[in-house]
Design a protein around this ligand. Structure first.
Ligand code: ADP
Length: 234
């Protein structure tokens, strides 16, 4: 009993600190953006470039904090609530919209292969958005400049399938078994992208399985990866 209360207090405290961290990061971001826009006075190109770099670091830190917040939400509640009928195509269109800048900046050839008609399924929309965003963001993040990323939807009698296919760095054979483990990052991913939590796929798997779905992948080191998410329609 005492142990349980202590654990809850620790989780509450971690969650409080993480929220405050996120608020502070947002404040720093807004101030930097205003500075970059010249709201506090004219700035030169050199200063602007430095501010852009700090903003990029701020974005990465915010993404780590977001992972921590998602983890504490999963560990606080551990289950899915707020089920509603969600149009999966619309949800993915929104994901694409959020990743658009990164896709453009990296000159990634991007395709979205849709179903012939819209399909609605019962999901916790916010949580499923987090799960799919983690998978999609990895596809973009771990694909080098001028690579390709394709998202495709397909349907069987009972399931909806979402594939995220990329021509990125791939996952080394000897590290595949650890890929959904909390905090795990493969050696080639650490080399390419120094900052990362290794929590995104752990979170995605938890959320997808809480919807009675499945997530799996096939990957070839140095060639690319395809993650497949299967969600029951009913
Ligand atoms: P993070 O991206 O913060 O490192 P994730 O939990 O999202 O953490 O992913 C865990 C690891 O799985 C990554 O560090 C990387 O090694 C590997 N990974 C995930 N998606 C891909 C992908 N599309 N291509 C190559 N490696 C990937």
């Amino acid at each position: 009993m005492f142990k349980k209360t202590l654990k809850k207090t620790t989780v509450d405290f971690a969650s409080l600190i993480t929220h405050q961290f996120k608020n502070l990061l947002t404040e720093v971001k807004l101030s930097l953006q205003m500075m970059s826009d010249g709201d506090f006075g004219k700035i030169g190109k050199e200063q602007k470039d430095i501010i852009e770099k700090v903003l990029e670091r701020n974005k990465k830190l915010t993404s780590l904090v977001d992972d921590l917040l998602d983890i504490s939400r999963i560990e606080e509640k551990g289950h899915i609530c707020n089920l509603q009928l969600v149009d999966v195509e619309d949800l993915i269109e929104f994901l694409i919209h959020i990743e658009q800048d990164e896709i453009k900046n990296k000159k990634i050839e991007f395709k979205f292969e849709k179903l012939t008609s819209h399909q609605k399924i019962k999901l916790d929309k916010e949580k499923m958005y987090v799960a799919l965003q983690n998978v999609f963001n990895n596809a973009v993040k771990y694909t080098p400049i001028c690579g390709s990323v394709t998202v495709s939807l397909s349907q069987t009698e009972n399931n909806l399938e979402i594939k995220f296919q990329d021509s990125g760095i791939g996952i080394p054979e000897d590290q595949k078994e650890n890929i959904f483990t909390k905090f795990f990052r493969a050696s080639n991913a650490v080399k390419m992208e120094k900052i990362g939590s290794g929590l995104g796929l752990f979170i995605a798997k938890n959320i997808i399985e809480a919807h009675h779905g499945k997530i799996s992948f096939i990957s070839e080191d140095g060639k690319g990866t395809t993650f497949t998410v299967v969600l029951p329609i009913d």
